[in-house]
Design a protein. Structure first.
Length: 59
């Protein structure tokens, strides 16, 4: 995950990685612990916007 850390160090506010095989979402923000959640957990993507990936994929 060095690429993620490099981008955060460069100034990116939030990185979200969606892994299909394990059905996990990694959320990384500077100076905060990284989160790993499943597709059924709400993930904050923008100001006042959260998604539940499973709901989107199920249509």
């Amino acid at each position: 995950m060095q690429k993620t850390q490099d981008l955060l160090d460069f100034g990116v506010e939030r990185m979200i990685w969606i892994l299909t095989r394990s059905q996990k979402i990694y959320v990384a923000e500077p100076n905060k612990p990284w989160m790993v959640v499943d597709w059924y957990t709400p993930v904050h993507v923008l100001s006042h916007v959260s998604i539940i990936l499973a709901d989107i994929l199920e249509g």
